[in-house]
Ligand binder design. Sequence first.
Ligand SMILES: [Zn+2]
Length: 428
Amino acid sequence: MKTKISLLLITFFYCCSLFAQNEFDKYFEKKSLRVDFALSGNAASQSAAIQQLREEPVWGGPVKNLIDKFNYGGYYVNVYDKASNKLIYSRGFNTLFEEWRSTEPAKTETQSWTNSTSIPFPKSKIVLEITARDKADMQFHPLLTTDVDPASIFIDRGKLKSNTVFQIQNNGNSSEKVDLVFIAEGYTATEQEKFVADAKRFTEALFATPPYTDHRNDFNVWAVELASEESGTDISGKGIFKNTALNTGYYTFGVDRYLTTQDMKSIRDAVWNVPCDAIFLLINTDTYGGGGMYNFYACGTADNPRTPVVFTHEFGHSFAGLADEYFSSEVAYQDFYNLKYEPWEPNITTLVDFDSKWKDLLPAGTPIPTQPDDAHKEKIGVFEGGGYISKGIYRPMDHCMMRDYAPFCPACSRAIVRMIQYLTDKDY
Ligand SMILES: [Zn+2]
């Protein structure tokens, strides 16, 4: 009897996975449609406009998990089949532009930044929608809706420069693996060997950190060699400017250690023919700093002594949508979280909807909020302070990688594992 039930169950799950795979084959080809778009605006409002569409030869993302159920990020790209109006693909992401919108200059200036997202290449006409989360109600609202005909002559189908791609580890089919891609930034043509050695060092640091330790086989890791004219990166606050491939620099929004780039087009150009679930810009300098935005990119420096943990912290933002759990360092944001609502990040809460967060992980009898006293400070709880402010936002443990480079707390670890499951086409 038992055997029969298991057989039935196996048949059932086999059919489910076959059905999901067929959904992909019905609507998509195994390559990418890259969508470059401008986000323009200021603190009060924003708008989006298509800049270019490109057919690119690889799709490394999931082929079963086509609908992103995380509800993370500040934006979603939604793809509808034009004929049936059915949602056939979705994915959330953050941008650096939305962070800029919460800085002081955005109250008086308007800017326009290039962003980019990739979707599986559609077989038939689609409706492409980009939505943005409004902090006033935390809901997503349409920002741009456009029809796309995959046969259009206005889709660029040209090749770009083929960079040398070094395979750090290859565990198999990209749809069933997380494809982590390091891109060289601020390495000259003669420094590419150093880049590959640095990327290998970072790979080891990541897989030495729980929960990644148990998931090494779920990852492919690639290193894209990209030559910069000059070594290093911009330090604009000190008058230092370098000619580099991805235009990175410190002093993002005026913060000395905040290292990013606005040049999303050059990043996407560098990975046009590489399967890609997560991008890390490895920057050839020894100054402390980094940055990371969910499903956008993360970056860090090669040679600072704290680099391996900074890398793991920033990758926590870009890979798993984790929030900063610290609350005492200088940042440029104002009112980054609306305390009337539950934030979307899995590792902070305003207690507005704590049931949706790590409440199920708390030991029975844990006081909410939790004091970081001897009885509780080493355990999971609900500790006040996080998300850049000391009052009204709570974090899961006193110390965590997302606060001060301690081991990941259980809430962060669970979020990382869920993201690995999603990107490797498992149930999540
Ligand atoms: Zn944490």
